[in-house]
Design a protein around this ligand. Sequence first.
Ligand code: E4P
Length: 218
Amino acid sequence: MKFFVDTADTAEIKSLAASGLLDGVTTNPSLIAKSGRKILDVVAEICDLVPGPVSAEVAATDYDGMIREAKVLRAIASNVAVKLPLIPDGLRACRTLADQGTMVNVTLCFSAAQALLAAKAGASFVSPFVGRLDDIGQDGMGLIADILTIYRNYPALKTEVLVASIRHPIHVVQSAKLGAHVATLPPAVLRQLFAHPLTDKGLAGFLADWAKTGQTIA
Ligand code: E4P
């Protein structure tokens, strides 16, 4: 399973990239706004930090506008994935860009029917938002299971399921159990994956016993 980080905070990305566990980055207009920086600058910096796919989202909602913005975004670096909203013009733009060899991440997916359309439009990634579905009392992980079942029925569909709007490590583990291709994690959730109190307790015990030996290794 690939791990992307869902942030436009380059300091966070730099520190997480050093772990060697990062396969890509996703941003969205809200995350760019939070960074307080210009989208072209911040995406260029992220693309330098992480060689994997870096999603940068268009702001236009009409076909021509999306294509115009996509050309600017994809010119930033070869690892930019243009992020398009799951609306009719977005899927039309997805088909055009996919045919030109541009990586596309279709975002704001909330149903299996929408995910089927994104795959038929040639998306490289589809982003179902599990947390936002859970927030309104719907079954986010159930949607991931449905999409994966559908995609597996049609091996010609090459779209990867990128689980988005992840809120906690259980979402990550459930996504992995289902076989989702990618999870995009807020930095705090990525860090939470490391944590277990028995790891901390065990390490403290080992170090205390080691100190008693008076030995050094290097
Ligand atoms: C995905 O690409 C989105 O940027 C993101 O996962 C949205 O998550 P949120 O629901 O926490 O805003």
